[in-house]
Design a protein around this ligand. Structure first.
Ligand code: NDP
Ligand code: 8X3
Length: 252
């Protein structure tokens, strides 16, 4: 059955791949992100499928904007079946005593507060219809901390806690909540983490077959295909060559 899927952070990586995956299956897609030109390009790409797409250009950190964009949706777009809370980032990788508080603000404002603002705007629409599915993209950094990961890990631990609380709060409204915790994935993630330093970003994935956006897209899509009475609450996905945040094997 055709659904309406809203994906935050659809201009790159997991979000972009998920938009294409859901569109391939004939679903209508709401794509969001800050980079307008990327949204337009993706809209063009989605136009080859027999679906409707809508792009919303906003920053998840702007609480007023998030609320006004969602409340201003045309009525037929308000029937959101699946919300993928994917927009997020890591900024910096350093010990706590030398970390940049501006990086900390960006991560907490985006990964935690942004996810909350979007959920606060969209979940009442699901509650009103007594149906829906919220998929939060967390990380293995939300399962275990690693050296230098401090604030990014804290932001993803927060996502994990929110996923579990949302599941309880939305239980009586027949709304599924799925927390997905990926490991190493080669997207723009490391480029953003290292503030555009390509050499550092590429080194993260050297000698390892990392996950791709398409791998995550497949898993996100799968979580939405299960019968009405089945909900995946928590899912960890890593490359085969990675067992935990600190354990991986590389071919040199
Ligand atoms: P990318 O950098 O490729 O994509 C991130 C997306 O988030 C972009 O579309 C970006 O859009 C959007 N975004 C970032 N900040 C904002 C903002 N303030 N407002 C709106 N949109 C925003 O990274 P990934 O696809 O890898 O990351 C997606 C999610 O997966 C993140 O939450 C990340 O923490 C998580 N993750 C990533 C892993 C990895 O190894 N890649 C592993 C585990 C989790 P734009 O810049 O246009 O606004
Ligand atoms: C991104 C994966 O291992 O860099 O969430 O934290 S990791």
């Amino acid at each position: 059955m055709k659904k309406i899927i809203m994906i935050t952070g659809a201009t790159s990586g997991f979000g972009r791949a998920a938009a294409i995956r859901f569109a391939k299956e004939g679903n209508d897609i709401i794509i969001t992100g800050r980079r307008k030109e990327r949204l337009s390009l993706l809209e063009k790409e989605l136009s080859r499928f027999n679906i409707r797409s809508l792009s919303l250009n906003f920053d998840v950190r702007n609480r007023d904007e998030v609320l006004s964009v969602v409340t201003g949706l045309p009525e037929d777009w308000k029937k959101i079946d699946v919300l993928v809370n994917n927009a997020g980032l890591a900024a910096g990788l350093s010990h706590i005593d030398v970390g940049d508080p501006d990086d900390w603000d960006r991560m907490i404002d985006t990964n935690v507060k942004g996810l909350l603002y979007v959920t606060r705007a969209v979940s009442p629409l699901m509650v009103a219809r007594n149906t829906g599915h919220i998929i939060n993209i967390s990380s293995i950094a939300g399962k275990e901390v690693y050296e230098n990961g401090n604030v990014y890990c804290a932001s993803k631990y927060a996502v994990e806690a929110l996923s579990r609380s949302m599941r309880i709060d939305l239980l009586k409204h027949n709304i599924k909540v799925t927390n997905i915790a990926p490991g190493m994935a080669e997207t723009e993630f490391s480029l953003v983490r290292f503030h555009g330093d390509e050499e550092k970003a590429n080194a993260v994935y050297k000698g390892i077959k990392a996950l791709k956006g398409e791998d995550l897209a497949e898993v996100i899509y799968y979580c939405t295909t299960l019968p009405e009475h089945v909900c995946i609450n928590d899912l960890v996905i890593t490359p085969t060559a990675q067992a935990s945040a600190m354990h991986n094997v590389r071919t040199v």
